[in-house]
Design a protein around this ligand. Sequence first.
Ligand code: ZN
Length: 126
Amino acid sequence: MMGESPRKVQLTTHFNLSEFLHGDDPLPPPWILDNLYRLANRLQVIRDLLNKPIIINSGYRTKAHNLAVGGQPNSFHLSGMAADIVVSGMPAPQVQRFLANWSGGLGSYTHFTHVDIRPNRARWSG
Ligand SMILES: [Zn+2]
């Protein structure tokens, strides 16, 4: 986590820290950065399998941001363990079928997919 702009640090081959942050939010504390690093590595595996860009619609959320977007108060986005993703050129239901065996949380929505790295398996539709 060195360099001029810590927000621009490359977490994996295809994921930059800034993709998991919202514009003006402060840099998250180290334990959240650790979670984002683990999350990015899980997403990188999917990115490599699909060979298509994954767009992070929402990654880490501060409490204020989570409140503003109507997120669950216990959302995994608050700990940097969740991302709402869209895969370039792939409808969300197809992404969700592809991720059927994702270990952790998988939320299926019409236009995006929520993935998180909670230790247990969870499935829901929004
Ligand atoms: Zn989400």
